[in-house]
Each structure stands twice: as C-alpha cells, then as structure tokens.
Design a protein around this ligand. Structure first.
Ligand SMILES: Nc1nc2c(ncn2[C@@H]2O[C@H](COP(=O)(O)OP(=O)(O)O)[C@@H](O)[C@H]2O)c(=O)[nH]1
Ligand SMILES: [Mg+2]
Length: 288
C-alpha cells in the first residue's frame, strides 16, 4: 500500500507531498517524456484488481490515439500494482495516480481532470468510465463521435430510448430512476440519465468548470451536468447498455447514497428557477 500520493508513469514514481497541487504546479508537467494523445480515458479505481487488466487491454485494443489515467485510492487488493506492471512491461500511455486512502469517486474524477489539465500536451476529449466492466469500451468511439459534432458533454445513457440495463435488481433500478428524475428536475434539464458514469467531456468544458466541482462522491455525475447547464455547454445523451459488474463489489455505500440524495435536495432547493425553466442556458438535444 502507498503511504503518500504518487504519480507513476513509464515506470517512474514521483511521490507528491501535496497531492494534486504539486501536479498542477509543475513537477509532473515538466517531465518531458509525456505522450501526446487526442483522448484521455479516466478510470477511477477502488479494488478493481479483478477487472483492471482486461479492461485496460480492451481500451488499448480500440486502436485509438489515447492515454489512460488511472486514479487509484491505494486499493488494498493491489489494483495499482497491476497497473504499474502493465506500464512497465507493455504500455507507455498509462498514467497512474495513487492517492493515500479512499477519498471518493467525485474527487477521483476531479483529480483526473486536474492531472490531465496539467499535462504539456492536453487531450481534446476526456472520457470517464467505471473500471468494473459496467461500461463497454466499444462505446468510447460512439461518445467521441458525438463530442466531435460539437457537444461538450456526451452522456452514455441507460434511460434514453435504446438504452438498457442488464443484471440489476428491481430495487436498484427503481432507486436509480427516482434519483434521476429528481436530479433532472432539480437541474432543470431534460436528461434521462444524469447519474451515468460513462461520459465524454470536451477539454474546454473541463477547463471551464473544474474550479466549480466540489463533489466528494457519486454526486459528481449530477454536479457536472449542473455545471454544463449553468455555463451553457451543449449536452447530448447516447444510448448504452449498462451491465452490472460480474467481479468485485459495488462501492456505493449507504453514506454515499445519503451524500448523493443530500446533493440532489440541496441543488433542487437552490435552483427553483431552473425547475420552472427560467435561466436555462444549456442546450440539450431532445432525441437520443
Ligand atoms: N479512486 C476511487 N475510485 C472509486 C471510489 N469509489 C468508487 N470508485 C470507482 O468508481 C467506479 C464506480 O464504482 P462502483 O463501485 O462500480 O459503483 P456502482 O457501479 O454504482 O455500484 C468503479 O470503477 C470504482 O472502482 C473511490 O472512493 N475512489
Ligand atoms: Mg459499478
């Protein structure tokens, strides 16, 4: 287990005393050996040892010009060790950022964004996806295709026409549907799936909203949609099939569900003008 935050790239590990701040302020940025790529794929990981290697291989197999950024919270199952081995032996396009402890999905994603924006060669598009195979790497080119048509946030959607979920218990489906309904009403946007983790963001969106993202955990997915709405970015959903994880366990705990609900409620209360449709700046395509 790592004792302090560290970035590992191309078999070099840099211990960061001040976490992302140090990444942002240059040491990481000026290494020079950085690989240029059009796309970054951010994989937040906590105990994904059973999934991470084959997922990375599948992403690499897409043949796209990409880098993979793994944000691991010192997973006790050795996820980071597997990633380091892949870096060392096979792939020079993987960046691994190890945080000292489990700090939540929300901050893992914003750490990924900060890290990517600190690179000398910043990719134009940033994909985020779960590292448990719920999201199919083959959807990445579809998301990118839509982003290139001028959308700053493309959501891989389970609930727009054509979207599907496989392997979820009815109760989990119901909780997710209700959460999405409340979230989209609170934000004031007609989005079927505000909580999906499979996304493509444009660099200009990430640059613009990063300082406004404060989520610790799963509410990051809603906060990013809300920021798109507030700052007038174009949002689009495309249908995906979400498959419940077959290996490893969900990290969605009761505390995280509470944090998520509390965010939805706070957002809803503070955004009544959006519920009534006033002040809406962002543009969402109606079809899927
Ligand atoms: N770095 C990091 N990753 C996390 C954390 N919590 C969840 N993840 C990752 O976020 C993704 C989604 O989490 P998951 O447990 O699959 O949630 P679920 O699909 O909603 O049940 C997976 O890749 C997890 O490994 C966290 O605290 N830190
Ligand atoms: Mg999952």
């Amino acid at each position: 287990m790592e004792s302090s935050p560290s970035v590992n790239r191309n078999d070099e590990t840099f211990t960061l005393t001040n976490s992302v701040e140090e990444v942002r302020t240059g040491r990481f940025m000026n290494r020079g050996s950085e690989k240029e790529a059009a796309v970054a794929v951010v994989l937040p990981t906590y105990c994904e040892a059973e999934n991470i290697e084959s997922l990375i291989r599948r992403i690499q197999g897409l043949g796209l010009d990409l880098i993979i950024v793994v944000i691991d919270d010192s997973s006790p199952d050795g996820t980071a060790k597997i990633v380091k081995k892949l870096q060392k032996e096979e792939f020079d396009n993987i960046i691994l950022f190890v945080r000292p402890t489990k700090l939540g999905l929300g901050t893992a994603i914003t750490t990924g964004f900060q890290l990517i924006l600190s690179l000398k060669n910043q990719p134009d598009y940033i994909i985020t996806m779960d590292a448990d195979y719920s999201h199919n790497p083959r959807d990445i080119p579809k998301l990118l295709g839509m982003a290139k048509r001028g959308y700053d946030l493309v959501i891989g959607s389970r609930y727009c026409p054509g979207g599907k979920i496989s392997g979820w218990h009815r109760v989990r489906w119901l909780i997710s549907r209700v959460a999405n309904l409340i979230a989209s009403m609170s934000i004031g946007m007609r989005i079927h799936d505000c909580t999906s983790g499979l996304r493509c963001y444009s660099k200009r969106y990430v640059k613009s909203v990063l300082n406004d993202l404060h989520s610790q955990t799963y509410e990051i997915q809603i906060e990013t949609v809300r920021q798109a709405q507030l700052q007038g970015f174009r949002v689009k959903e495309i249908p995906i099939t979400f498959v419940n994880r077959e290996r490893g366990k969900s990290k969605l705990t009761r505390t995280e569900i509470e944090g998520f609900l509390s965010y939805i409620i706070r957002t809803g209360l503070g955004m009544t003008s959006f519920v009534s449709g006033l002040g809406s700046k962002s543009h969402v395509e109606k079809d899927c």
